[in-house]
Design a protein around this ligand. Structure first.
Ligand code: BDR
Ligand code: CA
Length: 316
């Protein structure tokens, strides 16, 4: 059965590759809509980037919406230092011709959940959780209608990338993440612990470039730009391909391994703001600390790149 999903995103090169992977898998995944959120770049760029990515895929009927332009309670923190000033630096992409939907992204999420059969839509957040939390707060009736949330965010063993203790997506809007994690919706988290296992090594990117299509060329140009930051930071061959892990998880959950644990988000401390506090070892009492997250710890990186390369080959 095709899985109906809504992608909530702040593109970002790795977001772009996640969107391409989803759109390249129409037999398995039905992308109902893509909603932009402020994160890696401000909303104006995020929504334009989402349109650009849809154009690369050739699936021009895909609906793109603009959601929230700032976190629930805080000033927006962006990541141009990683993604470049456009958010999609690397390839030279034309201005998008397709148009944004007029409806606000949050209203779209609410309407989609109300108008589809209950528990049939999976939300796939690839950026800060602002849109998702706002939708839940504006329309609490949708919470019980969400099939599941599969998100990229958080970390336990890798701890942090934007601060020593926090992962970027959670750090930008910790209040939204806290709200979503307490919502009771089944949640799967793809944290840095996993994404740091799927590095864009030269060998892997060469294979994608060698597919010979335009998408392969663009994806390799994106990763070459995106890599430089993490290579300098971690001394690695390549960078973590964070967000595509969400879509790969939907397509082939067997590539991943994790456990059901309690996860809480730090929203008060200055030092550890946005930290995902993961009870990986089951230390807390289940009565006071519900096991609210399927926390993924490992991925079969070879299988992940095999899947990604095969799917990207299906695009123009
Ligand atoms: C996350 O932050 C963003 O920079 C990436 O797109 C990814 O969603 C990784 O921490
Ligand atoms: Ca992202």
């Amino acid at each position: 059965m095709r899985q109906k999903i809504i992608i909530d995103t702040d593109p970002g090169q790795d977001d772009a590759i996640a969107i391409l992977l989803a759109l390249a898998s129409p037999k398995k995944i039905d992308v109902l809509g893509i909603v932009a959120v402020a994160g890696n770049v401000p909303l104006n760029l995020a929504k334009k980037n989402a349109l650009k990515v849809v154009e690369i895929s050739g699936f021009l009927d895909t609906k793109v919406f603009a959601g929230c332009d700032r976190p629930l309670k805080r000033k927006l923190v962006t990541a141009e230092n990683v993604h470049g000033k456009t958010g999609l630096d690397g390839p030279d992409l034309p201005e998008p011709k397709i148009k944004l939907q007029k409806q606000h992204g949050v209203d779209y999420i609410i309407e989609a959940l109300r108008s589809h059969k209950t528990k049939t839509i999976t939300l796939c957040p690839l950026g800060p959780l602002t849109n998702i939390a706002t939708a839940m707060q504006q329309a609490p009736d949708i919470i019980g209608r969400i099939k599941q949330i599969v998100l990229m965010g958080g970390a336990y063993f890798e701890v942090g990338n934007v601060t020593p203790s926090a992962e970027f997506n959670i750090y930008v809007d910790p209040d939204a993440a806290d709200f979503v994690l307490r919502s009771g919706v089944p949640i799967t988290m793809l944290p840095l612990d996993v994404t740091h296992q799927v590095l864009t090594t030269q060998k892997r990117i060469k294979k994608i470039k060698n597919i010979g299509n335009e998408t392969g060329k663009i994806v390799s140009q994106m990763t070459v730009f995106f890599e430089r930051f993490d290579e300098a930071k971690y001394g690695s061959d390549g960078a973590p391909l964070h967000d595509p892990c969400v879509i790969a998880y939907l397509l082939k959950p067997k590539l991943f391994e994790g456990r059901q644990v309690n996860v809480q988000i730090e929203t008060k401390s200055k030092l550890t703001l946005g930290m995902s506090v993961v009870d990986y070892w089951g230390i807390t009492d289940i009565k006071t600390h519900p096991r609210n997250v399927n926390f993924i710890r490992n991925v079969n990186a070879k299988g992940f790149y095999k899947l990604l390369t095969k799917r990207l080959a299906l695009l123009p």
